[in-house]
Structures are given as structure tokens and as C-alpha cells.
Design a protein around this ligand. Sequence first.
Ligand code: SF4
Ligand code: SF4
Length: 461
Amino acid sequence: MAIQTSPFDQLVKEASRNMRGFSGKDTPDDTLLQDCVHCGMCLPTCPTYRLTGNEASSPRGRLWMMKAVADGRMDLLDPAFDEQMYQCLNCRACEAVCPSGVQYGPLVEASRAQLEQHRPRPRWQRVARSVGMRLPFDDIRRMRALTGGLRLYQRSGLSAVLQRTGVLKRLGLETLEAMVPPVRERPLVSGRESWQPEDATATAHLFNGCVMSTVFSGVNRAAGRVLAHNGYATDVPATQQCCGALYVHAGMMDEARRLARINIDAFERDGNGAIVVTAAGCGAALKEYDHLLADDADYRDRASSFAERVVDLTELVGTDRLVQPTVSASQQVTYQEPCHLAHAQRITQQPRTMLGSVPGLELTEMRESSLCCGSAGIYNIIRREMADDLGDRKAQHIKDTGAGVVVTANPGCAMQLRTSLNRNNINAEVRHIAEILDDAYGGERAARDGTWAFQRATPPT
Ligand code: SF4
Ligand code: SF4
């Protein structure tokens, strides 16, 4: 006997038929989604849940939504899904505490890739995205040209005039401007500089990055000297490009894959030594190239070999083999843990070992050191309100330590901390950990004099 269906059942069936689930490339892996056992242990670590108290804004809530879209119970283009996938900072604090081993990062990135592929966008948005993302990150030469313009702008006094007259505020560019530190050094062009101690015992290849090689080129040079001081002959392989992390975070996977292939080619040409990274966000992305290129038959295995060579600077030198610095610092510092170092790469002790080795330096731990500062790629530009709340919270914790210097290991964090401290009128300098160690080894002068060659006590193995 045929089963009668009510008009309501028909309506539900029709609606389900029109429901857009995940499809095409980069779909969230359903087996990974099934790992979540809904225990809720991740909730207290999630910055957006802490700020809102909403289940939907928690890792568990977001994983539930991803599964609902995968199972056809929620539309991919449901505004609530879109909102939660982009409200998430992708800080991966949830992943680090999950007893079930849920790989949250790849899941949220694939969900964003799905939105990228299937969400219709007005033409102006597509153009704005192209200009905002592809212009600086597709080719490092463009980033260098933009930074050259920025340096000129900062040095010409135009920046001060526009601030004084309120023009920046009227154009909505005040925060963006406040984020960028003074660009003091010329860009570090890959392939043109290296650090070669006479008695080197190992080799290292510096991953130069886009923002690190331009706005923070002084940090990369400091890292080169720190490595040399620890016995690594260090070069900066030519033809490397941006790591593609910002593309991955935005769900622009093909753009990220293009850069990944270029970087794999570049570092294969330069032997097998460690690929050393000074930006936590880049390091996390580079270590996941094998996942990014898993479906590329030509690059899959090469991506795995590449990923195995990647180390953060702190991971390589912040061990018991660290050459003890001799120049006293006599300052109080606090340490802000970048999410992609602490949670994505699980590196927490090595930076503290490095700081603890500096004579006279006093490390005072801040509260919630590993809670996201609100930077999260371009989150602090596109989601100002929540990013500012997190930045203010972080600035207060820094103030409570009484430290005059806050140390970090990621350019995004450095810029967000700088803006947050300024906004809260807190007088603390933001520095990269490579700069602190470099100073403690005598900085550029020691490098010039060749002092690093005889100051080393224990050679790295
Ligand atoms: S993500 Fe992990 S910690 Fe969070 S609810 Fe699921 S199983 Fe529990
Ligand atoms: S990645 Fe961060 S913001 Fe996103 S759900 Fe996990 S803990 Fe929350």
C-alpha cells in the first residue's frame, strides 16, 4: 500500500531538495566532523564564546553547524552559518584542548572555502577582494613596492599631517594606520643576504615571508644573526613567496596552493636544512602544506618533505643547546603567546627558555597569555568590534604585569598589540623575540666583528 504524505511533508522534502550542502572542492571531511563528542571542554578556551556566552559562537556550536550543513539540515548559505564561520578567529585554542582530537582548523578553513566557492558576491566585493588580497600577497615584489611607499609616507611627515587634520579618521583608516610600526629598515630581498659564521656546524634556510621581509625586515635580520650565533650558516632562498596563510584563512585555497608550490620549488633548490620561520602564522601554514596539497599528485610527497623541514625560530634554538647570551638586558618583559605558535604548533616552552637565558631580563607572566589578542589574520580589520574587545583585554593584562616590553613572535600579534596598547594609553614597547635575543648576543655590532664565532659554547647537533 502506498504511503500517503501530507502537504507539510512535501514542503519539508522540497525544502531539503533545495538545501545547499557542501559540494565541489575542499569540502569539510565528514570523518573529522564525527570526531566531536560534544563534551564542551573546548568552550572555556574559545575567545568568542568567552565574549558572547553563546553556544553558537563556541567551537561545539560551529562544529554542529558544519555537520548540519554536511547532513543537509542547514543551508550552506544560511546567514547564521556564514556569520559563525567568519566570527571564529581560527585561533585553534579549541583544538589544543580537545580530548577527542578534533582538527578544528582544517574544518573551519574548508567551510570558508565552501562559502568562497558558492556564495554569490556583488561585483564591487569581488574587485575589493582582488585589490585587498591579491595585490599585496600574490607577488612579493608588489609587497615591497607598497612598503616602499609606506616608508616614504611615514618619513615625509604626511602621516602626522593626516592624523592631525583628522583626515585619516574621516576615511576610516585611522586604525589601519596605527597598526603599522615605523618601517626602519630596507626590505630583506630573498637570495641577497646570508649569515655565515666561520665555524658553522649546521645549515638553515630562512623563510622570509611577505610582511616579515618588508615591514619587519629588521626582525628577520636579527633572526639570521641569532641563528649564526648558534652555529647555523643561514641563507634566504631566492624565488620564495608569501606562505599563503591569509588565503587559507579566507578560504581562497587555489591562491594558497599556487604560493605553496612556488615555495616548495624554492626550498628544494637549496638543500635539506631546516626551514626557519619567524612568524607563527606562516609557520603553522607551512607545516600544513602536505594537507593543502594532498590532492596534487605532483606535489603531495614533496609537500610532506617540505613540511617536515619547517621549524619556528624558537623551536630550533630555544632548547638546552641554546648559546647563552652575555649582554645584560635589565628589563622587565612579559610574553604574549601567538595562537599559531601555542595552539597550532604547540610551542610554549621554547620561547620562555630563550627569554630566561638573557642575563638581567625578568619575565613576568601575564594572565591569559595564550588567549587570542584579536589579530587573527585580517580579523582586526574586518571585525573591529570583537577584535578591539580582545585587544583591550590583552592590553589590560599587559599593564597589570608592570612590564615595559611585551614580547611576541608573530607580526599580526605585534601590530594588534601595538594598536591596543596605544588605544588604552599604555606605555609598553612591542618586540619580537628574535630582537631580544639578538640584542643579548650583541646585535649587529657583534655580527660585524665576528664575535659570534667565538662566543658559542655548545655547538648544535
Ligand atoms: S571539539 Fe572537542 S572539546 Fe569541543 S565539544 Fe567537540 S569533542 Fe569536546
Ligand atoms: S578557533 Fe578559536 S575562535 Fe574559533 S572556535 Fe576554536 S577557540 Fe573559538
